[in-house]
Design a protein around this ligand. Structure first.
Ligand code: SF4
Ligand code: SF4
Length: 159
C-alpha cells in the first residue's frame, strides 16, 4: 500500500534486504553501460509481473538481486555508488497524480510522493521537516532522471 508522505513520521533503512529480494528492479537505458562495466551480465531483458518488457537487474538463483551481499547479518548493496534510480528512490514513489496529502511542488513540477508500506522502515504518523526534505529529495531525483531520459530520447530520435 502507498502512504502519502504527509502521513509518514519516519523512514530509515533497516537493511533487511526485503526490497532487493522481492522486486524486479528496472534499469534505465543510460544506467546499463556503467552496471555492465561493473559486472557483465548484471542487466537482463525480462518481463515484469505487470507484463512490462524491459531492462532489469539480474537475479541470483535464490531470486535476490545479483548485487546484494550479506555482511554480519545485514543485507547491503555492493554498488551503492552506481545503483539504479529505482533503488535510490525506494521506498519512495513519485507519481504524476495523487491526493492532497502526497502533493509537492518541486522544480516547477506538480508531483505526488508516497512511501511503500511493505518496507518495514516506514513508520506512519505525522510528517516532520525531515520527512518533508526526504520527500522533496525523492521527487527531485525522479524529476531529474526523467528529464535526462527525455533528453536522451530526443537526441536519439530528433524531430
Ligand atoms: S525493505 Fe526497506 S528497510 Fe528493508 S532494505 Fe529495503 S528499504 Fe531498507
Ligand atoms: S542494486 Fe543494490 S539496492 Fe538495488 S536491488 Fe540490488 S542490492 Fe538492492
Amino acid at each position: 500500500m502507498d502512504i502519502p508522505w504527509k502521513r509518514v513520521r519516519r523512514w530509515e533503512c533497516l537493511e533487511c534486504g526485503k526490497c532487493c529480494k522481492a522486486f524486479l528492479v528496472p534499469v534505465r537505458i543510460y544506467e546499463r553501460p556503467v552496471l555492465e562495466r561493473r559486472r557483465p551480465g548484471s542487466v537482463t531483458i525480462a518481463i515484469s509481473r505487470e507484463g512490462r518488457r524491459g531492462l532489469y537487474l539480474s537475479k541470483k538463483e535464490s531470486g535476490e538481486c545479483i548485487f546484494l551481499v550479506k555482511v554480519f547479518g545485514r543485507y547491503l548493496c555492493s554498488i551503492q555508488d552506481i545503483k539504479p534510480v529505482a533503488c535510490r528512490l525506494y521506498p519512495f514513489r513519485v507519481k504524476k497524480y495523487g491526493n492532497e496529502e502526497a502533493y509537492l511542488r518541486v522544480d516547477e513540477e506538480d508531483v505526488y510522493v508516497y512511501l511503500d508500506s511493505r518496507c518495514p522502515g516506514v513508520k506512519e504518523g505525522k510528517a516532520d521537516l525531515n520527512m518533508y526534505n526526504m520527500a522533496v529529495e525523492a521527487a527531485r531525483l525522479k524529476i531529474n532522471s526523467d528529464r535526462l531520459l527525455e533528453r536522451l530520447r530526443v537526441s536519439q530520435f530528433p524531430h
